[in-house]
Design a protein around this ligand. Structure first.
Ligand code: ZN
Length: 288
């Protein structure tokens, strides 16, 4: 924290975020931390986004941000060119020209406590939280309360159908909305949530004995086989909508810890932009 009254630098913001989301906690395949930026440049305003795409960069520049903190890595795989003729190179050029730094906290923010899924769990009022997928014992991320996803108790038992409606209410609005798999009348008391793609945690949700599991990017065969084996009901929300709640926690932390202004992007970056549902039989006009 700055004690001289001058604004924090990019390096100060990096240090504060690295303390809350240590890069060593990220998965081995992940790429987190400072992506672009001069460490000694001052930071007055930070823009918090899930995805670094041209539209969220537009927003950040219009807001006068000096730094973007993103959840998803802009550059995850090996890169041999950032020429402005490429999609990502164009973004890199825009940020450097505008003197805007970029920092990524991805799976290290998923595993942290509080982390991405705590913010998601809070939208449902879940209590008694514990991790769905704790880190391997002895791994860098191993520690109390840490892990990917959260399991907790709903304030009151509810049917899967009602929980699905509530999920659509409490999560940020997307064209995708929320779909669920399983008996609509099934009672749900214990809910597991995991921000982002949760396919790989289906077995852990079953082993945990939860009544339902809310995540994103679920697929036909894994979901169908999971249910056929007696696993918990599934709720499949838009990927962006499951991670957007964390941006509020991130922004609050930046304000409290560094005294910077922090703005949160509500721009839906989910790729799905159109949704149509077949009418239910009871929605149809009665025919004479
Ligand atoms: Zn994600």
């Amino acid at each position: 924290m700055s004690t001289t009254g001058s604004p924090p630098t990019v390096a100060d913001v990096v240090a504060a975020l690295d303390r809350r989301y240590p890069p060593a906690w990220a998965e081995e395949w992940d790429r987190v931390g400072l992506v672009l930026g001069e460490p000694d440049h001052p930071v007055h305003r930070v823009a918090c986004v899930v995805d670094v795409v041209p539209e969220t960069v537009d927003e950040a520049l219009a807001a006068g941000a000096d730094m973007i903190v993103a959840h998803h890595p802009l550059l995850l795989r090996g890169v041999s060119s950032v020429a402005a003729t490429t999609y990502k190179g164009r973004i890199v050029h825009r940020l450097i020209k505008a003197d805007v730094a970029l920092y990524v906290a991805h799976t290290n923010a998923d595993v942290a406590a509080p982390g991405v899924s705590d913010a998601l769990a809070a939208r449902f009022g879940l209590t008694g939280l514990r991790p769905l997928h704790p880190p391997r014992p002895g791994s860098p991320a191993d520690g109390p309360g840490r892990g990917i996803g959260r399991i907790g108790e709903l304030p009151a038992p509810t049917t899967l159908a009602e929980l699905t409606r509530r999920a659509a209410d409490v999560l940020p609005v997307t064209a995708w909305g929320v779909r669920a798999a399983g008996d609509p009348g099934r009672m749900v008391r214990t809910l597991a949530v995991s921000g982002g793609s949760g396919d790989s945690f289906l077995a852990e949700a079953t082993a945990a004995g939860v009544d339902a599991f809310l995540t994103a990017d679920l697929r036909h065969h894994p979901a169908g086989e999971h249910l056929a084996a007696g696993g918990p009901a599934l709720l499949d929300a838009a990927h962006w909508a499951t991670e957007r709640p964390w941006l509020d926690d991130l922004a609050a932390h930046l304000r409290d810890e560094l005294g910077v202004e922090a703005v949160v992007s509500d721009l839906d970056t989910d790729p799905w932009t159109v949704h149509a549902a077949a009418p239910r039989p009871d929605d149809k006009e009665p025919r004479p």
